[in-house]
Design a protein around this ligand. Structure first.
Ligand SMILES: Nc1ncnc2c1ncn2[C@@H]1O[C@H](COP(=O)(O)OP(=O)(O)OP(=O)(O)O)[C@@H](O)[C@H]1O
Length: 310
């Protein structure tokens, strides 16, 4: 059963000189129980897509169905999905708990059930005294993100839409958010998350949708995508100075791919288990440090789009 289907989805903002094609014919299918990550840099159309899936943005053309219905007009469907927007969606003058109770009432969650859920979420997300006593306007970005996530989970949704769920979080808070997504997966729920952080996609996603400029460049499991680009290993190389054309040419002559990683750093991709030794030999005395790892989704993103994710 499909939780979400988007068919040739277009979204155009503005007109004339201000015209922006935020989505340029996107087609995506999300199966029930899957965690799918939309991966792309700022401006690639992820938030627009999430807004349409949540029913708060109207597509210009094409359609998007959630559990076979339209998210913006079908009340039964609306009750099954929850959306955590990038900008939190909290009332700044209310406390976290007041926001939570308001949202739960809006979603027609039984008051007892809402309370029970909150106890569970408090432990899972570490909702401290701040959540119960302080106004959102005094929260840090991390506190806002956790409060916003608690709201999204109040209605025990079947499909959770998370827009940039970990950006700006410290490593602990990030792990807590990952834990929430793992919990959703374990209980057979569906999660679609938009992120520009490839590590989030790597850690969480069953399938990754690679987006750029409002289009889907590629989609598939992480293994599929890595297979598609054809490299297994990566060596991160730091050199004494910016890599010259000659060095890059020698790397390419061996059938490897060299990705500039900023300044004097370069990443070399290849399939040889001896990649580290070979690359160090090419770099010679110019090498400051070198380490080998498996190809990441960040490397895959670069190979597919020519753009480096941070
Ligand atoms: N309400 C709007 N009015 C006009 N243009 C918009 C609007 N919302 C988004 N855009 C434009 O649409 C394009 C896609 O933006 P969108 O926010 O969907 O991308 P994104 O991948 O989520 O990036 P970000 O992470 O920065 O939000 C951008 O060029 C953006 O400026």
């Amino acid at each position: 059963m499909l939780a979400l289907v988007a068919e040739d989805l277009w979204k155009v903002y503005g007109s004339g000189e201000r015209r922006v094609e935020a989505l340029r014919g996107i087609s995506i299918e999300v199966r029930e129980g899957e965690v799918v990550a939309l991966l792309g840099p700022n401006g690639s159309g992820k938030s627009t897509f999430m807004g349409i899936a949540a029913g708060v943005v109207r597509p210009t053309r094409g359609r998007l169905l959630v559990y076979g219905g339209e998210p913006y007009s079908d009340a039964g469907v609306r009750g099954r999905i929850s959306y955590m927007p990038q900008d939190y969606g909290l009332y700044a003058e209310l406390t976290g708990i007041e926001n939570y109770e308001f949202y739960a009432a809006l979603m027609e969650v039984d008051a007892k059930e809402a309370k029970r859920r909150l106890e569970e979420l408090s432990g899972l997300l570490g909702l401290g005294e701040w959540f119960y006593k302080r106004r959102v306007s005094t929260y840090s970005g991390g506190m806002k993100r956790k409060a916003s996530l608690a709201l999204a989970l109040a209605s025990n949704p079947d499909l959770l839409l998370l827009d940039e769920p970990t950006s700006g979080l410290d490593p602990n808070a990030r792990r807590e958010v990952w834990g929430v997504v793992d919990g959703m997966r374990r209980s057979g729920k569906t999660v679609v998350l938009a992120t520009h952080l490839f590590e989030d996609a790597e850690r969480l996603a069953d399938r990754v949708v690679v987006m750029r400029g409002g289009e889907v460049v590629a989609a598939g499991s992480q293994e599929d995508l890595k297979r598609k680009v054809g490299y297994k290993y990566a060596v991160d190389l730091e050199l004494r100075e910016e890599p010259g054309a000659e060095l890059l040419e020698r790397v390419r002559m061996l059938g490897y791919e060299a990705i500039p990683a900023g300044g004097s750093r370069v990443t070399v991709l290849g399939n040889s288990p001896n990649l580290l030794d070979e690359v160090e030999a090419i770099g010679g005395a110019g090498v400051v440090s070198a380490s080998m790892r498996r190809v990441s989704l960040g490397d895959v993103y670069f190979l597919l789009t020519g753009v480096r994710l941070e």
